[in-house]
Design a protein around this ligand. Structure first.
Ligand SMILES: *Cc1c(COP(=O)(O)O)cnc(C)c1O
Length: 389
């Protein structure tokens, strides 16, 4: 039993299943990168990183150099690519850890080469229409500086789709793919043939084999979640093999106190909830500071004794309250599920996301930033401690 007030359980058997699902989809000759940025989408970066490699991931993807260093200190030996910006002054740290950096602009490449860093491998990001990071076609010429370079190796070329999961119409993704292909052709004409070409995120991996090239970068799908409803609809329309992804996350807390309210009593800030009957109210030590969004006030349910209990009043900074009048067995100390399954009932990340008008990605990445990640399944014994990048 955890001494924390709220914690995340990460199901490593589900991770093994999802990794195997994507491996089966892309085949054994292509590389499978599991994306573990943002604390493995809230699931625990060190735990998920180590386990994913054990289950057959070839590469890990992160956003920051600190995340990559955290994985190295946790014992990950697989190649790691950093998507986000890394100060040139830190490039030697990356080189020493065999951590690959992204080249997002000609200026960055120039500074990197001028720094004299050596033994570094980089992946150039091509701007194909997402317009956040990457080299425009007119900038690609800067990469010729890497042809036969003694200290910095151009190991990969990649891009990222803007709306492949947002729509069932994929013309823009096709345009981006076309721009990526022409970038590779253009570079080949200059004698540059980076060995690793990659464009696919989860939605692309689920829908379009032509996006695979020789590496696929899977984030949300590894955590057992579909990127969107549109991706599900597209999968059905395109008739791709149905996949059964298994969610990893269960977010838990315990009832800290139960009190009985007379009819007419109010609950919480703003007195937005009022008892219409004699009410058993359970207080939970989780609030918006723990990532339980204030937008769920008076709106969501949690699971107690395998049943739904509705929220009463506003979500507070570190507390919220639920109505357990109809669950007379509920007691202080009972385990409560805020997200995930308990018995026959389930509160999926997609349901919380729907209530909040956001996406499952945001719900899981913001879940309980302070509490521990506790791994279940996957031969629990050989999963080591965490770190906080
Ligand atoms: C986050 C990210 C991914 C993973 O996307 P999912 O939709 O979660 O699979 C892949 N590539 C890049 C560059 C990313 O930033």
């Amino acid at each position: 039993m955890s001494s924390s007030l709220s914690w995340i359980e990460t199901d490593l058997d589900a991770l093994a299943h999802n990794v195997a699902t994507f491996r089966a989809r892309i085949g054994s000759e292509r590389r499978l990168m599991i994306v573990v940025k943002a604390n493995a989408y809230g699931h625990g970066i060190a735990e998920v990183g180590l386990a994913a490699c054990r289950f057959g991931a070839d590469w890990l993807g992160v956003f920051t150099l600190d995340e990559a260093l955290c994985l190295r200190s946790a014992g990950v030996t697989a190649p790691i690519l950093v998507f986000g910006p890394v100060p040139v002054a830190s490039a030697p740290l990356a080189a020493a850890g065999e951590i690959r950096l992204t080249v997002p602009s000609p200026e960055y490449l120039e500074a990197l080469l001028a720094s004299g860093v050596s033994g570094l491998s980089v992946h150039a990001k091509v701007e194909t229409g997402t317009n956040r990071q990457g080299l425009f076609p007119r900038d690609l010429a800067c990469l010729t500086a890497l042809a036969g370079h003694p200290r910095v190796t151009l190991e990969g070329l990649y891009t990222h789709f803007a709306d492949i999961e947002d729509t069932t119409e994929h013309q823009f993704a096709e345009t981006q793919l076309e721009r990526f292909r022409s970038a590779t052709t253009h570079l080949a004409e200059q004698g540059l043939r980076p060995p690793l070409l990659h464009t696919a995120c989860t939605a692309a991996a689920l829908l379009f084999e032509e996006t695979y090239f020789n590496m696929v970068r899977v984030g949300i799908g590894a955590y057992g979640l579909w990127p969107s409803k549109e991706t599900r609809v597209s999968a059905t329309r395109l008739g791709v093999d149905p996949v059964n992804l298994r969610p990893l996350m269960t977010w838990k807390t315990r009832i800290s106190q139960i009190k009985t309210l007379e009819p007419g009593e109010y609950v919480g800030y703003g007195r937005t909830w009022r008892a219409r009957r004699l009410t058993r109210l359970a207080i939970l030590p989780v609030g918006y500071a723990n990532g339980y969004d204030r937008g769920l006030s008076n709106h969501s349910h949690v699971l107690v004794r395998g049943q739904r209990a509705p929220l009463c009043g506003r979500v507070m900074m570190n507390m919220c309250a639920v109505d357990v009048t109809d669950l007379p067995d509920a007691l202080a100390g009972d385990e409560v599920v805020l997200l995930g399954r308990q018995g026959e009932e389930c509160i999926p990340a997609d349901m919380l996301a729907g209530w909040l008008g956001t996406i499952n990605y945001e719900v899981v990445t913001r879940a309980e930033p302070f509490g521990p990640r506790i791994c279940v399944g996957g031969n629990e014994t050989d999963v080591t401690g965490s770190c906080n990048p």
